[in-house]
Design a protein around this ligand. Structure first.
Ligand SMILES: [Fe+2]
Ligand SMILES: [Fe+2]
Length: 329
């Protein structure tokens, strides 16, 4: 993946530094903006990406450069504050109530339904836009939550590994969810290479990925990471069915729809494992972190709601939801 164009003063500074050798100091930067701020979300995404696949033109040693980590910490402080302002902290609760609270939170998640739009109304260019947005996460699907594995033990660890094993195709490349998603991209005439559309997605799309990396890369936020994964799994099965129906309405073949077909089944199972053995088990072992579990789930749902508002607002207003031209090249 290549570095995209800068989107403001923070990414300008960051990209200029990253193109040189590690070790250069970073000047202090003023960081302020909403959760959908393009410049800040792209800067944070870029810092996090150094822990995943990296960038072609960036020296791998930047990953643990102290000046860059300090710079990232400034961005993370802003991001955590913006999340706190947007998502109320759940009330503490007994660990045995966490499972039910997760089901109540996810079933009450309100907001515009992108999946219903894709099922019934979207044309092909709009569906392609949706897939471009989703590619930012789905091409690294499961990776951010894998950070939790060494941070857990016993039952919750086994439960997370059971979910992740499915996400990684049970060790078979052709069944990996990220690979299934690449087939969906190819079927829609899109570039399936990692990060090909980073330059096209707005800040709110990057925020969906950044929140997982934030929770994943800080052990203190491991409860929030588990709650985040549970929220994803518990709100995936029905929307996946709708996406599959929408794709077939638009004439897509089996290979193109398989990613969504797979999630109808898999996530109906994953949601139970995530809520019961993983989050329920973790809450029982760490009663002081029950709030964090619910908070992580609520952050996932709130960012998704804001993202849905953005894309549906654009589509209903007859404009594209990506940066640049309507239909990706
Ligand atoms: Fe998946
Ligand atoms: Fe899943």
């Amino acid at each position: 993946m290549r570095l995209p164009s800068a989107r403001g003063p923070v990414t300008s500074l960051l990209f200029e530094r990253l193109c040189g050798a590690p070790g250069a100091p970073f000047p202090a930067v003023g960081v302020a903006g909403g959760l959908d701020d393009d410049d800040l979300q792209l800067a944070l995404f870029t810092c996090y990406e150094l822990h995943y696949q990296g960038f072609d033109e960036v020296d791998d040693r930047w990953e643990w450069d102290p000046a860059l980590l300090r710079f990232r910490a400034t961005l993370e402080r802003w991001f955590e504050e913006a999340l706190r302002a947007a998502v109320p902290r759940p009330e503490p609760m007994p660990p045995r109530e966490v499972r039910e609270a997760l089901f109540a939170l996810t079933s009450a998640a309100e907001g515009p339904s992108v999946a219903a739009y894709l099922q019934r109304e979207a044309d092909l260019p709009t569906f392609r836009e949706f897939v471009v947005h989703r590619s930012i996460y789905h091409l690294k699907e499961a990776d951010p939550h894998t950070w939790a594995i060494p941070r857990l033990s016993g039952g919750p660890k086994a439960a997370l590994v059971e979910i992740q094993a499915d996400e990684y195709g049970g060790g078979r490349r052709e069944r990996m969810h990220a690979e299934l998603f690449r087939a969906t991209m190819r079927g829609l005439g899109l570039d399936d290479s990692y990060g090909a559309y980073l330059h096209r997605v707005p800040g709110i799309t990057l925020a969906l990925s950044n929140v997982m990396s934030l929770f994943g890369l800080h052990r203190r936020l491991r409860g929030a990471l588990l709650g985040h994964l549970a929220a994803i799994e518990m709100t995936s099965s029905l929307p996946s069915r709708r996406c599959s129906t929408g794709l077939r309405r638009l004439g897509a073949d089996e290979d193109t729809a398989r990613f969504y077909d797979e999630h109808v089944q898999a996530d109906a199972v994953h949601e139970q494992i995530a809520a019961n053995e993983m989050c329920g088990g973790f809450a029982a072992a760490h009663p002081e972190l029950t709030c964090d579990i619910l908070y992580g789930a609520a952050c996932a749902l709130e960012l998704e709601r804001r993202w849905a508002e953005h894309v549906l607002g654009c589509w209903r207003g007859g404009t594209g939801s990506l940066i640049g031209e309507r239909v990706p090249a």
